[in-house]
Design a protein around this ligand. Structure first.
Ligand SMILES: Cc1ncc(COP(=O)(O)O)c(C=O)c1O
Length: 366
């Protein structure tokens, strides 16, 4: 297989047209997006520094100040291990491409967020599956993982909290996972896109042994369109990632880096209102599921802003999703995008804002 054969990303493909056609979006795995004006108000300033941005290239791993702020929050004392990326998507692509070679075995979750398996496969890896079982409420069972490890296992790729169900590993589980992988001498690749969206407890951080650790402003901060994320990995791996990046994006935009810097310097001002909104929405979703007992079952998401309910008796929800869009202009995701057509992904991070087709400004804004 070569890179040109990489499979069509089912989730992006599902959202490509529908995202702009729907008025009400309850499909997303991210919180309600901010406008620039809202961001300026939250950050309490005029953002006058924006006037001084010079539109030159940034360093290959991102501007130093941003790397330091990321490190202070997510990898204390390790700014040299931070690379600024175009969202988690680029972090996943670069890190897995740098880490894996044909013939490596890689364990991925199932159901899986497609990029985490498709990029590994395109790098020539053979996939083994760590299934999160519906009958366990999608809770990760480390014994099931251990059975998938072999002497050829190069990496275990996880994302906790988990898209689409919001399941997570607790502290003891994270410790056991790190110890298990150290014993098997394989890498732990941890996608932490939702690490700051946790309802009952502190943010979930990856064990420090993890490589990759893509994280992003997309999901918890409501700033998807800024397209800024970051990766924390050994500088050795970052150097390999830079080599690959030189053929794609070269670097991130200095304008977006400055916005990201300002956001992370006041992270809680941006994060907490959206976490509160998501917490209330999650309660409303679970109340709705409880009120429709027998018609819907919904495992409780520990983190993230997506749920993966079942509608007993419905073997494939895809037609129902299409009907919701056509009749009511409501967007959800068919579980088919995660290899589970019998389940539906519902996003609960949003607000009551109604989308207007193809607009990048909020209705009413000029
Ligand atoms: C688990 C996971 N990782 C990464 C991403 C990509 O995020 P970004 O918008 O930062 O590229 C997503 C987006 O849905 C995701 O669900």
């Amino acid at each position: 297989m070569s890179l040109g054969d990489i499979s069509t990303p089912p989730l992006e493909d599902w959202l490509r047209e529908r995202y702009f056609a729907a008025s009400l979006d309850i499909s997303s795995s991210g919180v309600l997006n901010y406008t620039l004006g809202e961001l300026r108000d939250l950050l309490g300033g005029q953002m006058s520094e924006l006037d001084d941005v010079i539109f030159r290239d940034s360093p290959s791993t991102g501007c130093e100040e941003l790397r330091e702020v990321v490190a202070a929050r997510f990898a204390p004392g390790r700014a040299e291990a931070v690379m600024v990326t175009h969202g988690s998507t680029e972090g996943i692509f670069l890190a897995l491409s740098a880490l894996l070679r044909p013939g490596d075995e890689v364990v991925v979750l199932a159901p899986v967020y497609y990029a985490l398996s498709a990029v590994a496969e395109a790098a020539g890896a053979r996939l083994r599956v760590w299934e999160l079982r519906e009958e366990d409420g999608f809770r990760p069972d480390l014994d099931l993982l251990e059975w998938q490890l072999t002497p050829r296992t190069r990496a275990v790729v996880v994302n906790f909290p988990y898209n689409p169900t919001g399941a997570c590993l607790d502290t003891a589980g994270r410790r056991r996972l790190a110890a298990m992988l150290a014993r098997h001498d394989c890498h732990l690749f941890w996608d932490a896109a939702f690490g700051e969206l946790i309802y009952d407890g502190p943010p979930v951080t990856a064990p420090t042994e993890a490589e990759g650790m893509p994280h992003t402003l997309s999901k918890a901060y409501g700033l998807r369109g800024i397209r800024v994320g970051w990766c924390v990995a050994e500088p050795r791996l970052l150097a390999e990632m830079v080599r690959i990046r030189d053929y794609t994006t070269i670097s991130t935009s200095p304008l977006n880096e400055l916005l990201a810097l300002e956001v992370l310097q006041s992270a809680d001002h941006v994060l907490l209102p959206r976490l509160e909104l998501a917490r209330n929405n999650r309660a409303a979703l679970l109340d709705w599921a409880a009120a429709h007992d027998g018609l819907v079952t919904c495992p409780v998401p520990v983190g993230g802003v997506s749920a993966f309910p079942r509608f007993p008796g419905v073997a494939d929800v895809t037609d129902a999703c299409e009907t919701l869009l056509q009749r009511h202009s409501v967007l959800v995701v068919s579980g088919r995008c995660f290899g589970r057509a019998d389940l539906m992904r519902i996003g609960f991070g949003g607000g009551r804002r109604v989308h207007h087709r193809s607009r990048t400004t909020r209705p009413g804004a000029r």
